[in-house]
Each structure stands twice: as C-alpha cells, then as structure tokens.
Design a protein around this ligand. Sequence first.
Ligand code: SF4
Length: 238
Amino acid sequence: MLNVNEIFRSIQGEGKTAGKEVIFIRLSGCNLHCIWCDTPYCWNWNSTSFSHPVKFDVQNELHQMSIDSILDTLLSLDAQCKQVVITGGEPLLQMKELELLCTRLVDSGYGIEIETNGTISPTSQLMLLVEQFNCSPKLKHSQNDMRVANRPEVLKHFAQRPNVFFKFVIANEDDIPEVLDLVKTNGIMQHQVYLMPEGQTKEEQELKEQQVRSLCEKHSFNFSPRLHITELGGGRGI
Ligand code: SF4
C-alpha cells in the first residue's frame, strides 16, 4: 500500500520534459516544509507545527492505495498515456513500496519520472527502473532547516547519473551564489541544471522570466518554464 494524495492527467510543467503529456501520481508526506510550497495539501496536516500557514485534514488528503488500485486509476484516466511522473511531497520516503510500484509500472509498459527534493538517495534497484529523476534541492529562501534540506552525499550521488536533472526555483539574483556553490560542491554539470522563476501566478512568472533567462545565459544553465502555472493556471490536480 502507498500513501497517495492524488492521481491526475496533465502535462509535465517543468524541467527537461516540460510539455510532455503525463499522468501524475502524487504521494503524501514530505520531510521538508518549504514556506512557499504550492502543494501543502499533501503534507501540511491540521495540528502540525509547520510554519506553512495553510493546513489540511489528513483524512481528506491521505489515501492508502494498493498498487493494483493505482494501476486501475491510471488506466481509467487514459489508457493510451504510458508516461507517469511520481511526485509529492517526497516520494522517496516510501522507498520500498515505491520500488514495487515502479516494477509493476515498468512491467505494464510505463516510462517513469520521479520528482525528489534531493535529501534521500534512491536504491540501486529504483535507479534502474526510473527513466529520469528531477531533483529539486531547496535553497535558503524555502526556510527549511538547511541541515536537513542540504544533503551533499545525496546530491553527489545524483550528480553522477546521466538521467538526473536539477531544478532550482529562483526568487532573484541573490539566489545564484547558493546555486553555484551547490553545483560546484556536488559535482553537478551545468547541462544538468534548470533554473525556474519563483511565483504562484502567471503574472509573477512573466515578471521574473526575463531575469531568470538572462541568469541562465550568463551561467550556461537551462531555463525551465512552469507551464502548469503559465498555461494551465496552477492549482490542485494540474
Ligand atoms: S520539498 Fe517539495 S513538496 Fe516538500 S515542502 Fe518543499 S516544495 Fe513542498
């Protein structure tokens, strides 16, 4: 059984595969608590002490689902779509069950991307099953305890893999020294890096897009749009 928040059909909004039609499987629970998190409903339950201001009822947001039931849901959403993105929360918190799910998905002809915050190393078995990892290390502006959020041994492990790409949310130019330090310290290659504008609305994205594009050019990084916000309006199930 896996703790699932939601399963929905959409497009990949960010990173190397932005624009691709996929089905998202959002797992519940996160080991970080970013102050600007746009999916607090999958981890920020009522009565927790996390400083993120918007709380949710765990009974409504955490669904225990068997692998058979997850596969049935994928088929009912779109039997033709054979690409899934497993996201969260932090999916790697459920490593053992995730391995079993990914094994069944691969056996059923699915390609898999996993989104992770870069604090937990996947098992070698999971590395073999997944086509692409999208690793999104959190910067200081996330207001996490950086002793938990910055795990060099995990980032170094990911950086050595050709199928891992790193996404950084950029609020402004002041974030760049922190990104450059993470890239240098952990052996991340520039072509693995995508910078994305911070912002929850289309207007906020457009305001910062040119600045982030210029920073990408200056440092030889890739620019990533956030299509789920700019094209689909953002929000739950998108
Ligand atoms: S790591 Fe991701 S899911 Fe977890 S709190 Fe941060 S933004 Fe939200």
